[in-house]
Design a binder for this molecule. Structure first.
Ligand SMILES: Cc1cc2nc3c(=O)[nH]c(=O)nc-3n(C[C@H](O)[C@H](O)[C@H](O)COP(=O)(O)OP(=O)(O)OC[C@H]3O[C@@H](n4cnc5c(N)ncnc54)[C@H](O)[C@@H]3O)c2cc1C
Length: 438
């Protein structure tokens, strides 16, 4: 089955998961109607809760689910659908309270009002969840703390929403309807159990050993790993994996990195990591023989998914890492299809993989264009940033039939995509990888 049909299948599964609680609630005996807006607000509440449940599924990293779209798109969808789930759940009490102001009384502190307080608690947890996600960087919340808080708040919001639904009992008074919600809750709990327990256990059983830590130009370190007691995994060039280095897979301290080594070698994985923050700055201290865990492969940023007569790569800074994986694979496969690499960096001295890129030109059809922001004296090449002029000068004549892979800073990605499109490259031939999933 092609990716398109797989994609269609998973979209249908998603719609079924979101809508089935609604359909189930409308079957059998339903309470006497209180008018359209009343029922509409309840439908929003139920749909919002069901959407909340599917948010866990979206970040569960099931390869079959993510494969047709790419995990970055799945994460993007996760962000957008969480906003919709929140809006639905927020509008639900707003409508009810404006229709029936007397309902404010149910917020009085009395033991009988616990279902309403559970609903309010769920909404509050959702607000904190969204606020801390949307403004994490502005609020200076460390990624690791945010991730733990995110998981706790998500479970709390969903659990309280279900307590609210079952406690209020409206539309779910029949025993079998309670069973349906119980079943839905149980499947979400199972999912959580899989993500937090089963998957870490599976990773623990397939460890990797560090076999090398190599300095590269541009404050970058290449970590070389070998599977320890198993055969490793096959991957497509350009894909990425989550690395856990100083903790156990249970600790939620994994970081995503592109696989920079050739896809022709599953016995040895390489990740080239630029010093940036707490975790990446410590990579140089990793010990040879140290045990690490690799959860992968993920992602759809790969030449293997896009057959074409030729390829154009645009890299900025450490965005070269996944592209390096693709170029090394081209060379190992003796694939002679023409490749153009436009590589933007600050300086010639710090240009990561400078020497290897030059030598790769002997092993494959690679045309290398380096764009330097701060060039050395006497530099004859391109200067500044990747802009329209650079693209007009470098792109091949048959540009519309090539596949384009861009990885680098957001501004470079956005500009390159727009310029390529203006220069006649169809959008479906442009693939971008952003090093920021949140
Ligand atoms: C698909 C993908 C592929 C990547 N490939 C590479 C690569 O090949 N080489 C490379 O040098 N970098 C790569 N990155 C970026 C790398 O994951 C981050 O630079 C690194 O996790 C930062 O961690 P830190 O603690 O050093 O920095 P911090 O200063 O703590 O974080 C900087 C930013 O990185 C992001 N980040 C931090 N921790 C995580 C985490 N655990 N999971 C996800 N994002 C996080 C957050 O947006 C954070 O604001 C990739 C990112 C993605 C999404």
């Amino acid at each position: 089955m092609s990716n398109f049909y797989f994609g269609l299948f998973w979209v249908s599964v998603y719609l079924a998961l979101v809508l089935s609680p609604l359909v189930a609630l409308l079957l059998g005996r339903v309470p006497a109607g209180n008018g359209f807006w009343w029922d509409f607000s309840l439908a929003l509440g139920f749909a919002g809760t069901a959407m909340m449940g599917t948010l866990f599924l979206q970040t569960a990293r099931f390869r079959r689910v993510a494969a047709p779209f790419g995990i970055d798109i799945v994460y993007y969808f996760h962000r957008q659908s969480s906003l919709f789930a929140f809006a639905f759940i927020l509008v639900h009490p707003v409508i009810l309270l404006s229709l029936e102001p007397g309902l404010w009384d149910s917020f009085r502190l009395s033991p009988g009002n616990w279902p309403v307080w559970a609903g309010a608690g769920s909404l509050l947890a959702l607000m904190l969840l969204l606020g801390s996600s949307l403004w994490r960087k502005t609020l200076h919340i460390h990624y690791d703390s945010w991730r733990i808080a995110h998981a706790v708040l998500a479970c709390l919001a969903l659990a309280l929403a279900i307590v609210h639904i079952l406690g209020v009992g409206y539309y779910v008074d029949a025993h079998w309807k309670k069973m349906i919600w119980g079943g839905i809750t149980a499947s979400w709990l199972l999912l959580l159990f899989y993500i937090r327990l089963i998957r870490p256990v599976l990773l623990l059983q397939r460890p990797y050993r560090v076999t090398g830590v190599r300095p590269e130009r541009g404050e970058t370190w290449t970590l070389q790993l070998a599977p320890d007691g198993h055969a490793g995994f096959n991957f497509q060039p350009g894909q990425f994996a989550w690395l856990t280095v100083w903790s156990s897979p249970f600790a939620l301290k994994e970081h995503p990195f592109s696989i920079a080594s050739s896809a022709e070698r599953s016995d040895c994985l390489e990740f080239s990591i630029k010093e940036l923050g707490d975790f990446t700055a410590r990579i140089k201290d990793v010990q040879i023989g140290q045990r690490v865990y690799v959860d992968g492969p993920y992602g759809s940023f790969s030449i293997d998914r896009e057959p074409a007569p030729g390829f154009v790569f645009i890299a900025g800074g450490i965005g070269i890492a996944p592209i390096m994986g693709m170029l090394r694979t081209f060379a190992d496969r003796s694939d002679n299809r023409p490749c153009l690499l436009i590589y933007a960096y600050n300086s010639w001295e710090r240009l990561t993989f400078r020497e290897e890129l030059e030598s790769l030109q002997d092993r494959m059809e690679l045309n290398l264009v380096t764009v330097l922001k701060d060039p050395p004296a006497g530099w004859q090449g391109e200067v500044g940033l990747v802009n329209r002029g650079v693209l007009e000068r470098c792109l091949p004549e048959q540009r519309a039939s090539r596949e384009y892979f861009i990885c680098g800073p957001v501004a470079m990605l956005d500009l390159s995509e727009r310029l390529l499109h203006e220069l006649g490259v169809p959008m479906h031939r442009i693939h971008s990888e952003l090093f920021d999933l949140v």
